[in-house]
Design a protein around this ligand. Structure first.
Ligand SMILES: Nc1ncnc2c1ncn2[C@@H]1O[C@H](COP(=O)(O)OP(=O)(O)OP(=O)(O)O)[C@@H](O)[C@H]1O
Length: 334
């Protein structure tokens, strides 16, 4: 469904010199620098997959989606989506994919959403009866059936995003690229959008590639994740494997007898890093290879009532992964 090979995108950006004289000098002698937004990435997505595309700010996610949507030409490399090269903008492709950018509006600001839908439907050559039925069904599933005739600028962010979703699904795309669809939404709207996307993927079999900074989106929707950092893919596989591969620690929680003696933090540090010491509770970050010896030692030393070993939450694993990585060196030039 999606086939990406050695895709690279560099931007040449004008570097402004600081200060007034710097600005004047810049008028006569412009300095440029190269930003490597996407470096030599390759991946495949099978029909019907729901893949999460993760990375810190500026990692290259939106640039990749824009290339796959045909909005940007790559500097080098190839990609095929549904067999089409996206940036050749073939008509057959435009009819079968959609891109939703959470930070951009597609709906006309000064018109009710229904009128934008009518325009989209005309562009895609959909019969009135067909697109009106689709709008009805989708709006009902997203709970915005009473918002179709309200001017878009008067809608809340959540209502607008749900109607943006209706707009991109009107022509029933086989591939959908979603860039931050839940950005800024309240928890109830986030859940509605997530439930909708999960159900849509299941029933329509649409292939989805989703970027989000909200790990709950990724955990709830995507069995597979592609992680990109500084333009390069650093992981591609099941979400569960991210924790296995990158979490060096586990959380060990011990509940103690409230009447028994509680240890001082210094007594615990040989076994792990104390995260929390409360009344009758001790939580430690313990190195994976130290979990069993730590359990044995603490069972001997503390008045233990209950013991719980957990994986570190995936959100923390990914945050640590990004903060400890330094930029990798640029790829060799040909
Ligand atoms: N049109 C452009 N011109 C110059 N540089 C750009 C352009 N678009 C993106 N970049 C740069 O390319 C890099 C990747 O940007 P991109 O928007 O793809 O990141 P992202 O992973 O989507 O980040 P975020 O999570 O913040 O949306 C950044 O350094 C950005 O400044």
């Amino acid at each position: 469904m999606v086939e990406v090979r050695s895709l690279t995108k560099t931007f040449r950006v004008h570097k402004k010199e600081p200060g007034f004289w710097g600005a004047i000098r810049g008028l006569f002698r412009r300095r440029y620098e190269t930003v490597e937004a996407v470096r030599n990435i390759s991946f495949d997505i099978e029909p019907g997959e729901f893949v999460g595309f993760l990375g810190p700010n500026g990692a290259g996610k939106t640039t990749t989606l824009k290339m796959l949507a045909g909005l940007l030409y790559p500097t080098s490399g190839t990609a095929r989506v549904l067999g089409y090269v996206p940036w050749e903008r073939p008509d057959g492709y435009r009819r079968q994919f959609a891109l939703l950018l959470g930070q951009k509006n597609q709906l006309w600001w000064d018109l009710p959403a229904r009128e934008s839908f009518a325009l989209n439907a005309a562009i895609y050559g959909l019969e009135r009866r067909v697109w009106e039925r689709r709008v009805r069904e989708l709006a009902e599933r997203l709970g915005v059936q009473d918002k179709l005739d309200v001017v878009v600028r008067e809608l809340s962010l959540g209502e607008r995003m749900k109607l943006e979703l209706v707009a991109v699904l009107l022509h029933q795309p086989r591939v959908l690229f979603l860039d931050e669809p839940t950005l800024g939404l309240d928890v109830v709207s986030q859940k509605t959008v997530r439930d909708f996307l999960r159900e849509y993927n299941r029933t329509a079999g649409t292939t989805l590639l989703l970027t989000s900074h909200d790990m709950a989106d990724i955990e709830e929707l995507c069995a597979r994740v592609i992680i990109i950092d500084h333009g390069s893919i650093i992981f591609d596989g099941p979400l569960a494997e991210v924790v296995e591969r990158y979490a060096d620690f586990k959380w060990l929680t011990i509940r103690c007898d409230p009447d028994g003696p509680l240890p001082a933090p210094a007594d615990l540090t040989p076994w792990g890093e104390p995260v929390e010491i409360g009344p009758a509770l001790v939580r430690l970050r313990v190195r994976r290879d130290q979990v069993i010896p730590a359990c044995k030692a603490l069972l001997d030393r503390l008045p233990v009532r209950d013991l719980d070993i957990r994986e570190v939450p995936v959100e923390e694993v990914i945050r640590n992964l990004f903060t400890r990585r330094t930029p990798s060196p640029p790829p060799p030039t040909a």
